[in-house]
Structures are given as structure tokens and as C-alpha cells.
Design a protein around this ligand. Structure first.
Ligand code: HEM
Length: 271
């Protein structure tokens, strides 16, 4: 073959490769624009958090500030990362009113503690609350669900950038649910004290007053109990079982990795 022919073939092959690359790139671009538009927008547009895959609205903290009743007349309230339009409750939530602190940011803890004075980011943290106090949050959630219009989710402690529930939120719900179960079940043994911190995991412990609040003369050992609730879901909770009975009932098992004779135990996060 003459050198010119070889050259022509070589450049023809090069053009073919070039076209294939361009076509592949165009297909990829089409796919991204058609099916992943929201996710892309979410990452490239500051302050515009977009929507979840189910079409729910997602707010960044920055974006939510526009709904404080000053920038516009809309009032958006957040509880456990869920955003509600409470504009019709302006007499409670409007600028200068008693509960304005709940507007345009997440102050979930204040629903239990009544800290309404000054907003700070840590007011979204409820890890220092007791299970029964977390349960009160569920009552507030029900209230907002019934009374006001749900508008979406706030990206942060309770939902991630794709609108998925965080481990943190799951923990809060689990602990709140276990308080509810303990309350309604009339259980054989009192429940443990429970605290949870991101850096530590869950600590369960028994004292002579845990569960009931009344002195009983014995503390007991923390044991894991698995039960089935009214909705046929499997629920776990911690019971303080008297030392002499701690190993007698197979329903009450020691927590994995914990000293069976200890009255306190740290359970690392499973997630
Ligand atoms: C942890 C403590 C408290 C929290 C988290 C709390 C929260 C709230 C919220 C969010 C609302 C508005 C509900 C709505 O959207 O309709 C409200 C209304 C109200 N709260 Fe509180 N509150 C607390 C304590 C108190 C206390 C101690 C009092 C009385 C001394 C009180 C008296 C009222 C009254 C009178 C209303 C208005 C009811 C109405 O007009 O419909 N609150 N509270």
C-alpha cells in the first residue's frame, strides 16, 4: 500500500474513533440531563437543594431562610428535618410572636425544652433528651402533619443531601418508639436508662430508679428484649433484670460485646 493510502486510512480510523467518542458523550449527556437533572442541579446550584427522587422538595439551610416571614410572608417551620408551611399560624409564628424562633431553621430540641429565646444550630440536636421526651416530638410531628401543609425536607442532621433519612433520625425514632412501647406494655421488668451520642453509640444502664422513677432497692442488669408491636413490627428495647433472674429467661439476652454482670453497657452503632 502506498504511503498516501495508509495515511488516508489512518486519518479515516481517527475520525471514526472521534465520532464514536462524541456519540458516546452525547448519549451520556442526554442520560444525565434526562434522568439525573435534579441531582446535578443539587450539586451545582448553591442554595437550591432541589427535590428528592420522589419529587419531594429539599431545602438547604440557606434556602430555608427565605421563608422567615420577613423576606416573604411565608413562614416555614422545621421539626426533625420535616418542613411545614405554618403561614396560617402567623399569630404564633410571625416575626415578634412567641414561637417565631421555630421558623426557617431546625430547633427541634426546643419543642421539648422550651428554649425559645435565641436560635443556635445546636437546637436541632436532641441526643441529650430522654426517650420519653423524644416521644413528645412524635406528638408534635403528628400535630404539624394534621394542622399544616407539609412542604419537604431540610438537608442537615435528619436528612442527607438526597433526602434520605440519616442514621441520627432513625435513632431518634427508634428511641421514641421504645419509650412508647415501654409505656403501653405493662412489662415484666423496668426499662433501662438510655443515652445516645454520635461519637459514643448507645449507652444503656440500670439504676435503682431506672424505668419507673421510684426507688426499688435493686438496679438489675441491662438485657436486650425483642418483641412484636401492635403493627407486627419487631421492636427491641432494654430491660433491667434482677441479677438472680438475669440468665433465667431466654427472652432477655445480654447485649453483644457487653459484660453480662455489668449494670451499664455501651453498644456501638450498627449502621
Ligand atoms: C416546651 C414548652 C412549649 C412549647 C414547645 C410550646 C409550643 C407551642 C406552639 C408551637 C404553639 C403554636 C401551635 C400552633 O401552631 O397552633 C403554641 C401555642 C400556645 N402555647 Fe405554647 N409551648 C410551650 C409552653 C407553653 C406554656 C408554658 C404556655 C402557657 C403558660 C403556653 C401557651 C400557649 C398558648 C396559649 C398557645 C396558643 C393556643 C392557640 O391560640 O391556639 N405554651 N405553643
Amino acid at each position: 500500500m502506498d504511503p498516501v493510502g495508509e495515511l488516508t486510512m489512518a486519518s479515516g480510523g481517527g475520525a471514526y474513533v472521534k465520532h464514536t467518542v462524541v456519540a458516546a458523550f452525547a448519549i451520556l449527556l442526554f442520560y444525565l440531563v434526562a434522568f439525573r437533572r435534579q441531582q446535578i442541579l443539587q450539586y451545582i446550584t448553591p442554595g437550591q437543594a432541589g427535590t428528592t427522587q420522589d419529587g419531594e422538595r429539599l431545602f438547604s439551610e440557606q434556602e430555608l431562610l427565605a421563608y422567615d416571614g420577613k423576606a416573604s410572608e411565608l413562614l416555614y417551620l422545621v421539626i426533625m428535618g420535616q418542613v411545614y408551611d405554618v403561614t396560617k399560624g402567623v399569630k404564633h409564628y410571625g416575626p415578634g410572636e412567641s414561637y417565631h424562633m421555630f421558623i426557617a431553621h431546625d430547633a427541634t430540641r426546643s419543642f421539648v425544652t422550651g428554649e425559645f429565646e435565641q436560635y443556635s444550630a445546636e437546637l436541632s440536636d436532641v441526643s441529650g433528651l430522654k426517650d420519653t421526651e423524644l416521644q413528645q416530638l412524635l406528638t408534635w410531628l403528628e400535630f404539624y402533619e394534621k394542622t399544616y401543609r407539609y412542604v419537604g425536607k431540610l438537608i442537615g442532621r435528619y436528612y442527607d443531601a438526597r433526602g434520605e433519612e440519616t442514621t441520627y433520625r432513625r435513632h431518634v425514632l427508634e428511641r421514641a418508639a421504645s419509650a412508647k412501647d415501654a409505656e403501653t406494655d405493662g412489662r415484666k421488668y423496668p426499662s433501662c436508662n438510655v443515652e445516645w451520642k454520635v461519637e459514643m453509640g448507645t449507652r444503656v444502664w440500670c439504676t435503682t430508679r431506672s424505668g419507673t422513677g421510684h426507688e426499688r432497692g435493686w438496679a438489675g442488669r441491662p438485657r436486650k428484649v425483642t418483641d412484636v408491636d401492635d403493627d407486627a413490627r419487631s421492636v427491641q428495647f432494654c430491660a433491667c433484670v434482677p441479677d438472680e433472674e438475669a440468665d433465667a429467661d431466654p427472652l432477655y439476652v445480654p447485649f453483644p460485646g457487653c459484660d453480662e454482670t455489668a449494670d451499664s453497657c455501651i453498644i456501638p452503632d450498627q449502621h
